[in-house]
Design a protein around this ligand. Structure first.
Ligand SMILES: NC(=O)c1ccc[n+]([C@@H]2O[C@H](COP(=O)([O-])OP(=O)(O)OC[C@H]3O[C@@H](n4cnc5c(N)ncnc54)[C@H](OP(=O)(O)O)[C@@H]3O)[C@@H](O)[C@H]2O)c1
Length: 299
């Protein structure tokens, strides 16, 4: 029997743990966890993400601050806002929603966030801590952190002896995911667009993680029987069967056929997706614990 991971359910359990942790911190220290979310411009998808992040922060009992800036905001204005948020003692996490409008140097903005408030885990200090195996000192990018929760709930904390293949080498996902798997003792291969015979590489994986952005690229004969398959891709494709002009979301894995071979698999939607926001909340409460000089909870 194949297990299909219910990402919403796992995310809800993380959120419950975050709520408890945030309550305990307030009871013990008087500190209320605070998250600032910044959005620039009019991209409807980004606005939807940001409002669900702000809403979830409130649900977790956090102080939730949202800054909505117009498209014509300048680099200097946004940088000045980040500096203000960096020095605001009531805020433990700062998230600048990406992508920023084209006229911004996004990297400069991301790197100007204090590493200890960088709840997206994109600052080079946090990437470096992960790369050097300091998992308790930095903040880990939310989507790989969420995918790793699935891996650990399936295989336990120690992945010794297991082969893991990550398809994709982005700074946002592929690299941090590979580092997390390595830190848990898996034998890790990172595959990408230049990899030769990708199917054969994938067939070696006890844990196969796909983060490519190509609809249903991973086929059943790429999957080792009994493997755990984590699908990170989010691709919108035409769905004429639902009516003219309709579309639907699919992952990077051909779900129906791969589910017949895998032992554990995540669906799209409803797999990794819901975990990203849950891990953002987790990172924020972790940052608040550290700032208060307390040992941060693990999720
Ligand atoms: N919340 C979430 O659930 C969440 C969060 C983040 C991302 N995602 C989704 O995950 C996917 C990947 O995101 P990303 O930000 O990592 O994307 P990205 O920066 O575009 O990276 C894609 C990676 O896939 C590799 N690739 C492209 N074509 C390939 C091929 N034919 N064979 C093997 N590898 C190939 C690329 O290789 P090269 O480096 O060689 O070009 C690159 O490393 C997207 O669908 C995105 O929407 C979801």
């Amino acid at each position: 029997m194949t297990t299909v991971i219910d990402g919403k359910q796992v995310a809800a359990s993380v959120i419950d743990a975050v709520k408890t942790a945030s309550q305990v911190l307030t009871e013990q220290t008087g500190v209320k966890t605070g998250l600032a979310v910044v959005i620039v411009g009019n991209d409807p998808a980004s606005h939807a993400y940001v409002s669900s992040k702000s809403k979830m922060a409130k649900e977790c009992g956090f102080t939730s601050v949202q800054h909505t800036l117009p498209e014509e905001t300048t680099q200097e204005e946004l940088a000045a806002l980040v500096q203000t948020l960096n020095t605001d003692e009531t805020l433990h996490g700062i998230l600048v929603q990406l992508p920023l409008p084209k006229h911004f140097n996004s990297e400069a903005i991301v790197q100007s966030i204090l590493p200890e408030k960088d709840v997206d885990g994109l600052h080079v200090v946090n990437a470096g801590k992960l790369a050097t195996g300091d998992l308790d000192g930095g903040l880990v990018s939310c989507t790989p952190a969420g995918a790793m929760v699935f891996v650990k709930r399936t295989h336990g904390e120690d992945l010794s002896g297991l082969n893991a293949v990550v398809i994709g080498r982005s700074n946002l996902f592929g690299k941090p995911m590979a580092q997390l798997l390595l830190a848990a003792n898996a034998t890790v291969t990172i595959a990408h667009s230049r990899t030769k015979d990708l199917a054969a590489v994938c067939r070696n994986a006890d844990i196969l993680v796909a983060a490519v952005g190509r609809p249903e690229m991973v086929k059943a004969d790429w999957v080792k029987p009994g493997a755990t398959v984590i699908d990170v891709g989010i691709n919108r494709i035409a769905a004429p069967e639902k009516g003219e002009g309709k579309s639907r979301l699919v992952g990077d894995v051909a779900f129906e056929e791969c589910a017949k071979v895998a032992a554990v698999i995540t669906p799209v939607p409803g797999g990794v997706g819901p975990m990203t926001i849950a891990m953002l909340m987790a990172n924020t409460v972790i940052a608040a614990y550290r700032k208060a000089g307390r040992t941060a909870p693990k999720f």
